[in-house]
Design a protein around this ligand. Sequence first.
Ligand code: CA
Ligand code: CA
Length: 354
Amino acid sequence: MGKLVTLTLLGVGLALIGERLLAFRQRFGASQEVEPVEPGKCHIVEGIENGSEDIDILPSGLAFISSGLKYPGMPSFEPDEPGKIFLMDLNEQNPRAQALKISDGFDKASFNPHGISTFIDKDHTVYLYVVNHPHMMSTVEIFKFEEQQHSLVHLKTIKHELLQSVNDIVVLGPEQFYATRDHYFTNLFLSLLEMVLDLQWSYVLFYSPQEVKVVAKGFSSANGITVSLDNQYVFVADVAAKNIHVMKRDDNWNLTQQKVLQLDALVDNLTVDPATGDVLAGCHPNAMKLLIYNPKDPPGSKVFRIQDILSKKPRVSTLYANNGSVLQGSTVATIYNKKLLIGTIFHRALYCEL
Ligand SMILES: [Ca+2]
Ligand SMILES: [Ca+2]
């Protein structure tokens, strides 16, 4: 009898894991093909070889690009190369990417930049907030941007017990930001198990020097985060659930969910077109190909444009798609003045004139 119970329990357990694994395979797009879409004249940006995970563009057209992310479980082609922040002036005829100098006193050797967000203070000072993973921990670094010197001056490192496995941030005031935590567990094995079992323990938190709190939870894996042009709505990408959550902000920085927009690819970083308010989503058509990297069958890229996201019927269109022959692992897309810049997790970036 005891053996029968053990066998039954084992069978049920294996069936459950099998079912979860199948669902996991499906969620991660193990069988997706990509039809190519190219929006205009495009070319690879020279000089950025080790990824361009996140991009944020100032109203003046200066684009900051985070490069060289080492992320647990993901391949890294230059594991010993420290991360960098590149700058591109999208007003130029043929914009080039140049690495910004970083001030002394900051540990550049362990710099591992991930999501970024710019913030312009009342006195017009430009700050760049960077999610950093030195030695695979999570911190938020605040830099002051000095345009003339082409440099970033490090001002502060923010650490907090809730700021773990941070993916992206969006800054809304001096040292006031929302951040996504993409996994509950920081241990690689447990975080993989968390993904397979789809525990939905990932969350969004609000940080200020006075208060740190979880403001939205229940995500499979909260990834990119940004705000609407009027700062009233927050958009959160749940990469593993392939959707975007539209949340309304209140005066206490709490978030209330308004709707969830389902897409058919894994949504990474989000940006907003400053001219139209459209949301741009850098997506992975097939995450299995990202995790198990094979140069003969590389991961592809997909960018969605979502128009009227706050309306009853948002319109979703594919702005860019490629099977990996040109661009692998797109994570972010930004638009400035009919110029499109697409970043990728561990490869190059693409520049298109729309
Ligand atoms: Ca970002
Ligand atoms: Ca991301």
